[in-house]
Design a protein around this ligand. Structure first.
Ligand SMILES: C[S@@+](CC[C@H](N)C(=O)[O-])C[C@H]1O[C@@H](n2cnc3c(N)ncnc32)[C@H](O)[C@@H]1O
Length: 208
């Protein structure tokens, strides 16, 4: 991990981000464990509480080493998860866990023609890296079945800076806000994040 780049301030462009997560990949799971990263678990608990039907086909965008995929497999039986990320080395670790049916190296702002549509799309811990919300939400809309759910987490400090309420208003013809969580700690045992930087977990439902 390149310590000179700050996770709080943002890593930089896509190539720098890719390299950063490639270099971190082998230690990512253990580092996140020491920082008490529980957003994947909290996200699953929300899905279990809010969804009437268990999703079967799931697309995990920015899946990294598969921390959210692990939670999905633990909590939902007989599901098919497709994962994607820009960090090839993180994808190698995700593959070793044998939880994803297929894994792809793609930028979530680039549209991919998957052979199927999904009931659930997730993007946990990665909205920070989105540079173009319009492109991202257009892709999510394309990937989801009607009434499908998009679950993501987003840092509240960035939400305010980006006027993210407005981003959500701009997509209201395609997505209904299904649920927005209370603030949760993000990386409570990381000294830069601590109790200062919090996230919300959001569930959007595709309406058309
Ligand atoms: C904090 S990690 C989260 C990984 C995983 N979802 C989790 O909860 O542990 C952020 C991930 O976003 C990926 N990422 C960043 N920008 C991306 C992009 N434009 N397209 C796809 N993945 C991206 C990184 O490679 C990294 O694996």
């Amino acid at each position: 991990m390149d310590k000179s780049i700050s996770l709080v301030g943002g890593i930089g462009g896509i190539k720098t981000t890719e390299r950063y997560y490639d270099n971190w990949s082998k230690k990512y799971d253990s580092t996140l464990n020491t920082w008490n990263y529980t957003v994947p678990k909290k996200s699953i608990n929300l899905l279990k509480k809010k969804l009437i039907r268990k999703p079967n086909k799931i697309l995990d965008l920015a899946c990294g080493t598969g921390l959210f995929g692990e939670q999905l497999i633990k909590n939902f039986k007989n599901i098919q998860i497709t994962g994607s990320d820009i960090s090839e080395k993180s994808l190698i670790i995700a593959k070793e866990k044998k939880i994803y049916k297929k894994l792809y190296k793609i930028d979530f702002e680039k549209k991919k023609n998957f052979t199927t549509k999904f009931e659930l799309v997730s993007m946990i811990g990665a909205m920070t890296y989105c540079k173009n919300f319009k492109k991202l939400f257009s892709n999510i809309d394309y990937y989801l079945l009607k009434n499908g759910i998009f679950i993501f987490s987003h840092r509240i400090d960035l939400w305010e800076k980006q006027n993210f309420d407005n981003v959500l208003r701009n997509i209201e013809k395609k997505f209904k806000i299904f649920f927005i969580s209370r603030p949760h700690n993000y990386l409570p045992l990381n000294q830069d994040f601590g109790n200062k930087i919090k996230i919300r977990i959001v569930l959007l439902k595709k309406i058309k």
